[in-house]
Ligand binder design. Structure first.
Ligand code: ADP
Length: 226
């Protein structure tokens, strides 16, 4: 599904974020990307979302070379990918329901689909009782669950999560990881970056370890070793 072919990235100030990185992610995999701050994790995710271009090498989404896509095809790529971030990125003046409905409207989904899918996806993340709450009325873990519901409501093939538990306490972290596992079990490919050793060790899934822009480990049932 995702193929990085000898990808390097240098930013304008010449800092090397990725250095000759190659790997493949198959459909349905759950892959964690770990490494110290500055190791290149976010850069790697940005390449998949076509937010940054490689300085060398190619990134493929299925058979499509992402960085040869014309500007008008990029939204089509991004619609196949759901994303979740450390800082939730919810719209503060919209309720949980409205945050999710807004994403569906932007994707051109019909009103009756919105009415049926939003409660369904909130139930999946265990938040159907907070549908009409605003973000400021929710805990960090609950906000992240709304953000995850929003990321999956248009049924993406791939879910990308950049440090999704970075701002959360251990209990909320546990709950969020269980939700990612559930989403993966129903067939969505998941790529997660994290600093959290406990998360990785508990997942028991594939782990790619980055150090200074290079892959130093790629373990099938990885542990956090840095
Ligand atoms: P991580 O997500 O692992 O913390 P990043 O991908 O954010 O790593 O960063 C990798 C390297 O690239 C770091 O040295 C960082 O300073 C640099 N970098 C990231 N984004 C930019 C940018 N927009 N401009 C210049 N340098 C950047």
């Amino acid at each position: 599904m995702i193929y990085f072919d000898k990808v390097s990235k240098k930013y304008f100030d010449k800092s090397v974020a990725l250095d000759n990185v190659s790997f493949t992610i198959e459909p349905g995999e759950f892959v964690s990307v770990v490494g110290h701050s500055g190791a290149g994790k976010s850069t790697l995710l940005k390449m998949i979302l076509a937010e940054e271009k490689p300085s060398a090498g190619k990134v493929f989404f299925e058979s499509v070379d992402i960085h040869t896509l014309g500007r008008r095809h990029i939204p089509t790529l991004r619609r196949r990918i759901g994303s979740v971030f450390q800082d939730f990125r919810l719209l503060p003046h919209k309720t949980a329901f409205e945050n999710i409905a807004f994403t569906m409207e932007a994707a051109g989904r019909a009103e009756d689909e919105i009415e049926s899918d939003v409660p369904h996806v909130l139930e999946l993340v265990g938040l159907d009782d907070k549908m009409w709450n605003f973000p400021f009325e929710l805990s960090g873990g609950e906000r992240q669950r709304v953000a995850i519901a929003r990321a999956i409501v248009n049924q993406p093939d791939l879910l990308i999560a950049d440090e999704p538990t970075g701002n959360l306490d251990p209990l909320s972290t546990h709950e969020i990881i269980e939700i990612f596992k559930k989403i993966n079990d129903i067939g969505t490919t998941v790529i997660l970056t994290t600093h959290n050793k406990g998360v990785i060790d508990k997942l028991g899934k594939r782990v790619i370890t980055l150090e200074k822009g290079k892959i130093i480990r790629d373990d099938k049932e990885g542990r956090y070793v840095i």
